[in-house]
Design a protein around this ligand. Sequence first.
Ligand code: SF4
Length: 90
Amino acid sequence: MRPPREFENPLCAQVDGEVWFPEKGDNSTVAKTICGNCIHITECAEWGIKHEAFGIWGATTARMRQRIRKEKNILLEQPRVEDWLGNAKA
Ligand code: SF4
C-alpha cells in the first residue's frame, strides 16, 4: 500500500490544504466532491482507513473511517518508515 503522497497527479494537490482538514461542524462536501472525481479514491480511502485519524482521505471523513475500522475490526496504524521513504511494498 503506497501513501497518497506518491499518487500521480492527485486532485487534492490543486486545492488549498484547509479544505482537507475540516474542523468539527465544518462542511466536508467540497473535499468529498473533489475526491469523487479523483482516480485514486479507492486506494486513498484504503490508506486513510488504515493510517489516518484526521482529514479527508478518499472521500471519507475521520468519523466515517473510525466507524469502518470499528465495524471491520481494523486497528489504526502509524505509517511505516518505508511508506514515507517511497519504497513501500503493496
Ligand atoms: S481521493 Fe481525494 S484525498 Fe485522495 S488523492 Fe484523490 S483528491 Fe486527494
